[in-house]
Ligand binder design. Sequence first.
Ligand code: PMP
Length: 409
Amino acid sequence: MVNDIAIARNDFPILKEVVNGQPLAYLDNAATTQKPQAVIDALVHYYQHDNANIHRGVYTLAERATEQYEAVRQQVATFINAASVAEIVFTRGTTTSLNWVAQTYAPTILQAGDEIVISIMEHHSNLVPWQQVAQRTGAKLRYVELTASGELDLAQYGDLLNARTKIVSLTHVSNVLGTINPIKKMTAMAHAVGATVVIDGAQATGHFPVDVQELDCDFYAFSGHKMYGPTGIGVLYGREALLTAMPPAEFGGEMINLVTRQKTDFKPAPAKFEAGTMPIAQVIGLGAAISYLQHLGWPAIIAQEQQLTAQAYQELTAITGVTVYGPTEPTRRSSVLSFNLQGLHPHDLATVLDMQGVAIRAGHHCAQPLMTDLGVSATARASFAFYNNQADLRQLVTAVQAAKEFFKL
Ligand code: PMP
C-alpha cells in the first residue's frame, strides 16, 4: 500500500512549506512529528463546538466534552491493549509520566541499598528522575551497557539483576541509536527477580504496535506529540494494582471523593492522578491521531519507515567520513539515524542542511551519558516518519555530500 502512504503525505499541511527557498524535508520526527489535518481539525472542532470543562458540568456542552475525553481513554487502552481503561492516566507527556512513577511510586518500594537498573542509552527523562530517587532513598543506580553493535548487552543485564533490583526502567527505542530493545525478554528477566518494570515508549508508539499485556511491563509512558498528536498530552499506563498503590503526584480539584478540614479521600485511579483542569483539547487531538494511525495501518507505516531508514543507512555510510551509529541490522532499529561527518561539528552540519531545507537535529539528544560512551560530544540525527519520501532522502544525502565538498572534507 505504498501508494496510500504517498497520498497520506498530503494530509500534513506543513510539509508543503518552503524553507530557505527549498522544499521542506522534515527529518526531525524523533523530536516531534507533524500533525495531519484530521488532528488539527479535531482541535478546532472542539474549540468551536464543544469547549467546556469536563466531569463537573451537567449541561450538554460539558457532557459532550466529558464523553469525548473519556472515549479517548478507551481508545488509548485499546491502542496499547491495556487490560482496563482504569490503567490509562493522562499526563503532560513521557517526561511527566516517568517522573510520577519515579517520584511517587518508587519511594514506596525502595530502601537504602536497593538497586534501580536503567540503560546507558536512556533519554535524560528516564535517567535524571531515577538519579534523583536514588539520591533520596539511598538506592543504587546501575546501568545496562551497550554491545559493539549498539544494542543492550543482555548477558551483562542478566548479571546485574539480583534480589536487590527493585526497579528496571528501559527505553523501548533509543532516540539516538534507533535500537529497538527486546522489552518482552528483558521484562521477563526483571520479573524473575521480582523487579517492577517501567518502559519509556516515547520513540515506539508512533512507529509500530505496542501491546502492554504482551510485553508484560508494569508501567509504560509515551507522548502524544511524537505520534502525530498535539503537544502537552501524554499517557502513563500502569497495571491497575500498581496505580492503586501509587500515590498521586499532584493534588487539587477533581481527584477527590471527599475533603474535610484535615483529610482527603482520593478517587480511584486514574482520576486520582488527574488533578485540576486537564488538557482536554489535546486529549481529543490524541484520539484523532490514534484514529488516523489506525486508518493508515501499521504494515504500510512500518514498510515505508524501514525502507527509508535502510536506504539512508546505506547511502550515508557510503559517504567517506560519515559514521552512522547504532545497529547495522535494519530490522533491529527504528527510523532514527545518528551520524557524524568527520571534520564538521554536527551543529554546523545541521545549519548547512537547513540552508537546503533539510531539518535534522544536532546535539547530545538529551542522552549525555550515551554520548560519553560513544566517545562523541554530539551527533547529527535524521529521523523518519511514514510521510517522508524519496525526495526527502535525496535532499538529505545530497546536502550532506554538498557540505563535505564545500568544507573540503
Ligand atoms: N524518552 C525518549 C526516548 C525521548 O525520545 C523523549 C523525547 N525526546 C522523551 C523521553 C521525552 O518526551 P517528552 O519531551 O515528550 O516528555
